[in-house]
Design a protein around this ligand. Structure first.
Ligand code: CA2
Length: 146
């Protein structure tokens, strides 16, 4: 198993920092990647950030992670609430999985309260803004240490 932590992002998250800052903040995915890299480096891990608006492309990335990743941090975006394909792919990944949501999905519409990915995730961080990604990487580092 490689030492890379894969940070996967679902649809529309390419817009982070560009739209709806009241909900998703001012930081971009590039900022997220830099923050995660700094945390991971402390434990000698690398990070690889990927975003796609296409469900199958993320499924392919999860499959690839089986060979190349030590752990997965995933914000599935709206696929959180619909994608059994993500759940099935993540179930085939052996390492730690942490699910991240920038907003607090439990404070929002009822349809956002259910997460298929949570059925596999070892931990869930929601409502901590983009800081949640770095918190997730911190948790992954500690799980990989033990
Ligand atoms: O809170 C989260 O991180 C979400 O995963 C974000 C998804 C939403 O469908 C989930 O229910 C919760 C939406 C991502 C949209 O990202 C944008 C970012 C900036 C501007 C517009 C959309």
């Amino acid at each position: 198993m490689g030492k890379t932590i894969h940070i996967l992002n679902g649809p529309n998250l390419n817009l982070l920092g560009q739209r709806e800052p009241e909900l998703y903040g001012h930081e971009t995915l590039a900022d997220v990647e830099a923050a995660c890299r700094a945390v991971a480096a402390g434990d000698g891990h690398e990070v690889a950030l990927f975003q796609s608006n296409h469900e199958g492309k993320i499924v392919d990335r999860i499959h690839a992670a089986r060979e190349t990743a030590a752990a997965i941090v995933i914000n599935p975006g709206a696929y959180t609430h619909t994608s059994i394909a993500f759940l099935d792919a993540l179930n085939a990944f052996a390492g730690p999985v942490i699910e991240v949501h920038v907003s607090n999905i439990h404070k929002r519409e009822a349809f956002r309260h259910r997460s298929y990915v949570s059925l596999r995730a070892d931990g869930v961080i929601a409502g901590c803004g983009v800081e949640g990604y770095a918190l997730a990487v911190r948790r992954v580092c500690s799980l990989l240490r033990n």
